[in-house]
Design a protein around this ligand. Structure first.
Ligand SMILES: *[C@@H]1O[C@H](CO)[C@@H](O)[C@H](O)[C@H]1NC(C)=O
Length: 324
């Protein structure tokens, strides 16, 4: 099981909550949540084991859950506040949501949205694989089919300004044979990114500052349809400057949009030596991206650990410093 989903490190997110439902950009501005800006952390709560639960609107407006089960929401008032159920599963899982019932009048902006990814403070993840199919909005009628995410995190955002109205969902975690984008909540764990010989950009994002260490690297070396030569090149830095097409970027981002990440290091090569120096990333989110041209079989194994508070000031990368 995912340990301590509600990590203290969330404090470092310094979020002021969901700013809007993820609607078209046109509508975005006028849907600002007027609720006072209380920190995200103070308003999230971990779901306990029982898999049958009623959302308490006063406590659970920003709910993060790694559990499967059934959730019910019944609006306590006519307030048009925006809330979210942030679902996360193990890296090799997808999230499936079934709306068992949905009774949300469309009047006054009543809306329930399924989002195949996460949205926070106007930023979405995974941003570089985003398309319109990732958002499904409903009111009045429930989505008939089961909704399945492409990665291990998904979101239900809702605004039910009608007392007594609401919805019920069942959350399940399904196997994902080839995860590409992966979220590590609390930035803890070891994860291997692979391209399976395909042209792709895949990433791991840790939702907090983190220490990242490359444990194993095989990027831009194993040419397809050829016997592996297995020559240890060691870790090659500045791969893009050398014109090497496949590489790993390590860095951080101020928010969920990893396409806006600040890159600390770019590496490639074949290196199975574990003794590399870790990178200390003091950013809201810590990101590793594997860029693959499709000419090689790539893999990189990364260990993420929370960044100790005392290491923040001498971190290798502190996001936002270039803006000062
Ligand atoms: C993958 O990332 C590279 C470098 O950031 C970018 O040039 C390319 O367009 C991306 N490809 C896809 C399919 O997103």
């Amino acid at each position: 099981m995912m340990r301590a989903v509600l990590c203290l490190v969330v404090i470092a997110l310094a979020c002021d909550g969901i700013s809007s439902l993820l609607l078209s950009g046109r509508e975005y501005g006028r849907l600002r949540n007027t609720a006072p800006a209380i920190s995200w952390y103070s308003r999230i709560r971990r779901l306990s084991r029982p898999t049958h639960r009623i959302i308490d609107p006063t406590e659970d407006c920003f709910l993060v859950t790694s559990e499967e089960g059934e959730l019910f929401f019944k609006s306590p008032s006519d307030e048009p506040s925006v809330c979210g159920i942030y679902m996360i599963a193990e890296p090799d899982k997808r999230i499936q949501v079934t709306f068992n019932y949905l009774d949300v009048p469309c009047d006054n902006g009543g809306l329930v949205a399924w989002i195949d990814g996460w949205e926070l403070n106007g930023q979405v993840w995974p941003a570089d694989a985003w398309d319109d199919d990732r958002v499904i909005e409903s009111c009045d009628r429930r989505p008939q089919r089961k909704l399945v995410s492409r990665q291990n995190a998904a979101l239900i955002q809702y605004r039910v300004p009608a007392q007594g109205k609401g919805f019920a969902v069942t959350i399940r975690h399904l196997k994902n044979a080839r995860p590409c984008n992966v979220m590590l909540f609390g930035a803890e764990g070891v994860y291997t990114l692979r391209n399976h010989g395909e042209t792709s950009n895949c990433s791991v994002i840790g939702v907090s500052p983190a220490v990242v260490r490359i444990i194993d690297l095989n990027v831009g070396q194993a040419v397809k349809n050829r016997n592996p030569l297995e020559i240890e090149t060691g870790t090659i830095h500045h791969c893009t400057k050398r014109g090497l097409p496949d590489y790993v970027e390590i860095g951080g981002a101020s928010g969920l949009d990893h396409t806006k990440m600040e890159v600390l290091d770019t590496v490639c090569g074949l290196d199975s030596n574990e003794g590399r120096r870790p990178a200390f990333i003091a950013c809201e989110d810590t990101v590793a991206r594997l860029i693959s041209s499709g000419r090689f079989y790539n893999s990189v194994t990364l260990a993420f650990a929370p960044l100790p508070l005392e290491d923040i000031e001498h971190a290798d990368l502190i996001c936002g410093m270039n803006d000062l």
